[in-house]
Write a protein that binds this ligand. Structure first.
Ligand code: GDP
Ligand code: IMO
Ligand code: MG
Length: 424
């Protein structure tokens, strides 16, 4: 059984929490796209962790963790993450596998990320500064350096030399100092020694696991509206966030994905620039940020907060083929006397869909709200659906109705066991 877990908004929906929980019954967990722009929080008996590259299912000792070819790798972050896990008593030896096809984030990618943002000024995307756009640009224009190159020192040196020839000219034109080949080579050859035992092609492992009907979890990063094609371009990330991305990003045939769990925060947040129809600029927005501790796991930036937007989730459900939803952070709404749910958009008096236009269009649409009563009592840590206040159950039902997908999980706290499982 292959289960994909996909973020349905602009990231930070609580994918890490859901993956950590679902990994208890999984043989494999696979990160199939993105890089260390992702920050997935896991809170369990080992402590609290912000996972950037290693799949969030690593905490279940029986689960094998795969970083597949679709992921772009910052080796310094990866090594720090391995060290943090080992210190917490989670051994990754013989459990972590890295695809040799992964592209490496090089020092010039991070520099170029910053320089592009500076050049764009007010029009900046608000990236995480991790070199994600530039490394993908090199990947698709055949200028990337992959893990397999690093495993072959000669290949790495040859490819780096050519890249520095080009990149140093660009950097000089933008007023930056040139990068030194020897310094980068020495650093990456040190990284090489530390990661080489984890490098092995996961393709046949996953194919065999699919045939043997093992439980495989695909851990999506970011969120649908950061997808490079279908998100709010240019305020997006560089990878394919959608379920279908697992075919290219992990070598999983689309037909073999049995379940697609859309992770949906009970309200909406966004980090970085770009349109956000239900964004709140008042005390309700501040309350969501404060109660939800809405500050970026990767960059610490305050997240923009707003009401639940069913128009977005309907689109996310259709394009990903969600078979079910996991609603997170329900407990953050505990204090609100009334809540708003955006049912759809209008522009100049006409009903509009998310997909009717671009980012500019989306910044002009008006959300139409349905007002529902809040429950004003604590739902934190509730694990049984029947114990939810009736107003909270009505809120969940309203979401199910507007999105047209059933809810299978409701998360009521950051810890692994603060979750309601609904059997259908
Ligand atoms: P991800 O990137 O989708 O994995 O999400 P993040 O980890 O960046 O952000 C989600 C935040 O919400 C983290 O701080 C989680 O610990 C926290 N969280 C997840 N689910 C819940 C929940 O149901 N209730 C509360 N209070 N916090 C949650
Ligand atoms: P997780 O996996 C929230 C956003 C950045 C920026 C845009 C482009 O934790 O949900 P990038 O560095 O990718 O070039 O930045 O994408 N972004 C995220 N926002 N959560 C994430 O990941 C994100 N990954 C990228 O804030 O707006
Ligand atoms: Mg996150």
């Amino acid at each position: 059984m292959v289960t994909a877990v996909i973020g349905s908004q602009w990231g930070d929906e609580g994918k890490g929490k859901i993956i950590d929980y679902l990994s208890l019954n999984s043989h494999y967990v696979v990160r199939f796209h993105g890089g260390n722009n992702a920050g997935h929080t896991v809170v369990n008996s080992y402590g609290k962790f912000g996972m950037h590259l290693i799949p969030s299912g690593i905490f279940n000792k029986k689960t094998k963790a795969i970083i597949s070819n679709g992921v772009v790798l910052d080796l310094e972050t990866l090594l720090l993450e391995i060290e943090t896990l080992e210190k917490a008593g989670i051994s990754v030896k013989n459990r972590l596998f890295i695809s040799p096809r992964c592209h490496l984030i090089m020092p010039y990618h991070k520099l170029l990320d910053r320089l592009y943002e500076e050049a764009k000024g007010k029009q900046k995307t608000g990236t995480t500064g991790r070199g994600i756009g530039p490394v993908h640009a090199d990947k698709v224009s055949y200028n990337g350096i992959r893990v397999s190159d690093l495993m072959d020192k000669k290949s790495f040196s040859e490819r780096l030399k050519i890249q520095l020839l080009i990149k140093n000219k660009i950097l000089a034109a933008l007023g930056e100092k040139p990068l030194l080949e020897k310094e980068i080579t020495d650093l990456f050859f040190k990284f090489r020694e530390k990661i080489k035992s984890f490098v092995s092609e996961p393709y046949s492992v996953l194919q065999k696991a699919i045939k043997a009907k093992k439980q495989i979890l695909l851990e999506g990063a970011h969120g649908v509206f950061l997808d490079n094609d279908w998100g709010t371009y240019p305020f997006v990330s560089a990878s394919t966030v959608l379920t279908g991305g697992a075919t290219s990003g992990a070598g999983i045939p689309a037909k073999k994905i049995d379940r697609v769990v859309g992770v949906v925060k009970a309200y909406t947040t966004r980090v970085g620039e770009g349109p956000f129809p239900t964004e709140l600029f008042n005390k309700d927005g501040e309350l969501l940020r404060k109660e939800g501790n809405e500050f970026g796991t990767t960059t610490g930036r305050p997240r923009r907060c707003g009401w639940f937007d069913a128009e977005l989730i309907r689109f996310a459900a259709n394009i990903n083929g969600f078979t079910e939803l996991a609603i997170t952070k329900l407990d953050i709404l505990d204090a609100f006397p009334k809540l708003k749910i955006c049912t759809h958009y209008v522009l100049n008096g006409r009903r509009m869909n998310y997909f009717d236009g671009d980012a500019n269009f989306l910044s002009r649409v008006q959300p139409v709200y349905k007002i529902v009563v809040g429950w004003q009592q604590s739902t934190k840590g509730i694990t049984n659906y029947k114990n939810l206040p009736k107003e909270a159950r009505a809120y969940i039902k309203e979401i199910e109705k507007l999105v047209g997908v059933r809810v299978s999980y409701i998360s009521t706290g950051e810890k692994r066991d603060a979750i309601i499982k609904i059997s259908h």
